[in-house]
Design a protein around this ligand. Structure first.
Ligand SMILES: [Zn+2]
Length: 123
């Protein structure tokens, strides 16, 4: 079988095991069809150049409509610098750059709290 396979979204989040149950539940709730590519990398958008390569591949191969970026509270990849303001700033910069590259796509950014709350950020 050949033919293009497409999906709805790509989601980017950290590897941290403490948050996977929240991510899984949130994705089940919001993307019931499970049509998304999933990138798991320490720090979420921390290494943005690497993340960007993954998003480009997802966009090229799977014709996505939406990019979801999730950073989280108490992230070891950020260490002591990982306060709320830094995560918010990194997510906003990532969103801005992605919208410049892909103006037709939706980009949503979230800060995931230790208790599992997804806080959507609006830049
Ligand atoms: Zn992390």
């Amino acid at each position: 079988m050949t033919g293009k396979h497409t999906t709805d979204a790509v989601i980017v989040h950290c590897i941290d095991f403490r948050f996977q149950k929240y991510l899984d539940a949130w994705l089940r709730e919001n993307y019931a069809s499970c049509k998304y590519d999933r990138v798991s990398l320490a720090g979420g958008v921390f290494d943005f150049e690497y993340i960007l390569k993954q998003i480009k591949i997802s966009e090229t191969l799977h014709d996505i409509n939406e990019i979801i970026l999730v950073n989280h509270e108490n992230c070891g990849a950020y260490g002591a610098e990982g306060n709320y303001a830094r995560h918010k700033s990194d997510l906003e910069k990532a969103k801005e750059e992605l919208l410049r590259l892909y103006p037709a796509l939706d980009v949503e950014i979230y800060y995931l709290h230790l208790d599992g709350e997804f806080e959507e950020l609006h830049s």
